[in-house]
Design a protein around this ligand. Structure first.
Ligand SMILES: [Ca+2]
Ligand SMILES: [Ca+2]
Length: 244
């Protein structure tokens, strides 16, 4: 009976552990090299790491989402000594609502290869503002940029790097089989070169085969069956103990 329990235990562990495969890097931007000027899009804002199962034809570069201008530079020290992305909001855009309305933003996009789906787990990045009167808002195409995933207003100290980890475990970010865009809206109360700065933007998750509908319908029944069998086994072994 103990052997049967062990076997049931292993089965249950496999069933429940299968969806949480160790997260891998889907895309990563570290901005290792100082740029040569302002850009809307440029090859040197391409990711430093790309998951091999992403579709080549999708533009995975950071840039050109709207009216913000971008540069890669070291205006004040970064966390690791390397340059970072300077996102310069459109002049006159001093609030989150204004940034969204005027599309003062940069973004990146990706899509899995046919027959594969992406299960996202987190989006991590470091962010700092040279002055406290600036902020940013993160949204995605999965709800047509209507909901805010994370944001920061002018409350924290400037030139201090903050590490942000956005939880992407909700259902919205699972089983993604088509193109997705993440967009950072930026704003500043002052015009000119008043940047919000980003570094080490890292999207984590797994790339898996598109689930067969039949398997998804059978899985819950299978799990229920295993749990019921385990419960029956426990009852039976308790009964044996009591009478022996
Ligand atoms: Ca960097
Ligand atoms: Ca500006």
């Amino acid at each position: 009976m103990r052997a049967v329990h062990a076997a049931i235990g292993c089965l249950a562990v496999i069933c429940f552990a299968a969806p949480s495969v160790r997260a891998e890097i889907i895309l990563q931007y570290t901005f290792p090299t100082i740029g040569t000027g302002w850009v809307k899009t440029a090859d040197w804002l391409a990711p430093d790491e790309i998951h091999p199962n992403l579709k080549d034809s999708v533009d995975m570069r950071i840039g050109d989402a709207g009216t913000a201008w971008l540069a890669v530079w070291n205006w004040y020290p970064s966390q690791d000594g390397t340059p970072y992305l300077n996102a310069d909001p459109a002049d006159g855009v001093g609030t989150a609502d204004g940034a969204i309305f005027w599309d003062s933003a940069f973004s990146f996009s990706f899509e899995p290869e046919p027959g594969l789906a992406i299960n996202l787990s987190s989006l991590e990045f470091d962010v700092a503002r040279r002055y406290a009167d600036r902020g940013w808002v993160l949204r995605s195409s999965l709800d047509n940029f209507s909901g805010t995933l994370a944001e920061q207003t002018g409350a924290s100290a400037p030139t201090t790097w903050n590490h942000v980890s956005v939880d992407l475990s909700p259902e919205t970010f699972q089983n993604i089989a088509g193109p997705v865009t993440f967009r950072f809206y930026v704003y500043a109360s002052t015009g000119g070169y008043s940047t919000v700065d980003f570094d080490n933007i890292t999207l984590n998750g797994t790339v898996v085969p598109v689930p067969e509908p039949a398997i998804w319908w059978l899985l819950p029944a299978g799990v229920v069956g295993v749990v019921a069998a385990a419960a029956r086994g426990r009852r039976r072994s308790r009964g044996l103990t009591a009478t022996s």
